[in-house]
Write a protein that binds this ligand. Sequence first.
Ligand code: ZN
Length: 353
Amino acid sequence: MPSVESIKRDIQTLGTAGQEEILNYLEEVIILGSFATEVTNEIKENRFSRGKVCPHCGHDEVSRNGKYKGNQRYICKSCLKTFTDFTRSPHHNSKKDIKKWILYAKCMINGYSIRKCAKIVDISIPTSFYWRHKILDAIRAYMGIGNVGGVIEIDEAFLRESFKGDHKKSITFTMPRKAHKTGVKGSRNGKTEKLKRGISKEQICVLCAIDRAGNIITELICKGRMKHIDLERLFRDRIDDESILCTDSHKSYIQFAQNSGVELQQIKRGKHKEGIYHIQHINAFHSKLKKWMDRFNGVATKYLTNYMYWFKWLEIFNTEKDTIKSKNLLVQSHTSHSDTKLKDFKIREAIYI
Ligand SMILES: [Zn+2]
């Protein structure tokens, strides 16, 4: 058996790429290995924080029903269906070890592409894609749209509509408009754009709101230019009383503020501050979002909401250490119930509020 000293010497002879591979490997072995039990236990605790409840019907009278592949199985006395601790969660029915899922969550914290995640975790590209959206569907269910209050900064971002992935293998799908040539001035499909003028129906309007306590709302609200009714639909019962909205000079905000009885502070174009009222946080949020989204080279509109929740999650937990984030992302994605199925990806549609 080689000595630790000789392994260290060998590592020194490796190039940077090789050393990084060793580092990742060690992290996988040590940190993720010890995390597996912790993650499994935390998932159980969170899922059943109010006692064992049937994930199919919500009934709380359940009993043990033997083991299946080493996992405790339960039976519901009401609907008579069986379940395990993972039923209706991303890891349910997965043939891969939970350690691979933890590693996958770590790749997601780093914002890696589907291909890069697949390589690091040693899974196929379709599996990598499937896991990403299983986790994000569940995170979306776990976080929900949310609430904001106090001083709230609101602004909209525009992303070009994208049918990426829809037409390649489909014989039934036809593009509803002419495909944009790549390299056309402006942006590639799905990339973020900040266009106030010349907003067309091909632009997806994503509305973002941030309050000073760090709460975030970010949802797709419409195609093209937004109206005050879009704002009312999104913010109904989601803005605390006595709040103050800080926005740019878009006139939909005026109508919205009047109808909902909240105070409005509009920051004039070219001006940055009106005392304590400004839109600097939301502007910073949008430039960070743009930079983060650019790495994905365009996201299909039907998956855009999931990416918004991914970014929102990263922003909310950005002060945690990466390893803790990986654990929390996985635990939280297993806390709510989600039923993402492979066959549903074909019929998936964009999620507007
Ligand atoms: Zn039941």
